[in-house]
Ligand binder design. Structure first.
Ligand SMILES: [Fe+2]
Length: 190
């Protein structure tokens, strides 16, 4: 049995890039529905009280889909904050520059992964056990934890993340993401 974690900011904190209305639906309806469905489907099974990281590794079908989507959304909210308030740490910036050439190149490659993902899913920045960075795309509820990687940043590119604000313009949503990215959270996980 899990409960919907509180949003780490006020519903209007991400404006003008993500509206309070989007958050009312995306957090209040979609995220809540994943929590409710997970509780319904996992009741009486081995997954009922399992940490969600374990559910992601072991479950399939509806229990996986809903459990992973609960984790993915909680993680996504932590990746966001008030516009233009944080920046990458020296340590993370150095790793990004080593692997991607520059911060701008990294942003371009990550944005490209987010924009080109076909259908619904997520783009991720992950690290492996050696601190090497990876940009990943996953479909639907899939999560790189399943492949042994540790996510340190994500963007939700399901249409429900941007449709109310941007309609079909996913590239505009991805462009705005950089203003509200919570680098402090990413720095801490790197
Ligand atoms: Fe979402």
């Amino acid at each position: 049995m899990i409960t919907l974690p509180p949003l780490p900011f006020e519903k209007n904190a991400l404006e003008p890039y993500i509206s309070a209305t989007t958050l009312e639906f995306h957090y209040g309806k979609h995220h809540q529905a994943y929590v409710d469905n997970f509780n319904k489907l996992s009741a009486g099974t081995e997954f009922e009280n399992m940490p969600l990281e374990e559910v992601i590794k072991k479950a399939t079908g509806g229990i996986f889909n809903n459990g992973a989507q609960v984790w993915n959304h909680t993680f996504y909210w932590n990746c966001l904050n008030k516009p233009d308030t944080t920046k990458p740490s020296d340590k993370l910036l150095k790793a990004i520059e080593n692997q991607f050439g520059s911060l701008d190149n990294f942003k371009e490659q990550f944005s490209n992964a987010a924009v080109t993902l076909f259908g619904s899913g997520w783009a991720w920045l992950c690290k492996d056990e050696f601190g090497k960075l990876y940009i990943n795309q996953t479909s639907n509820a899939e999560n790189p934890i399943k492949n042994g990687l540790t996510p340190i940043m994500t963007i939700d590119v399901w249409e429900h993340a941007y449709y109310l604000d941007k309609q079909n313009r996913r590239p505009d949503y991805v462009k705005d993401f950089w203003h509200i990215l919570n680098w402090d959270f990413v720095n801490q996980l790197y």
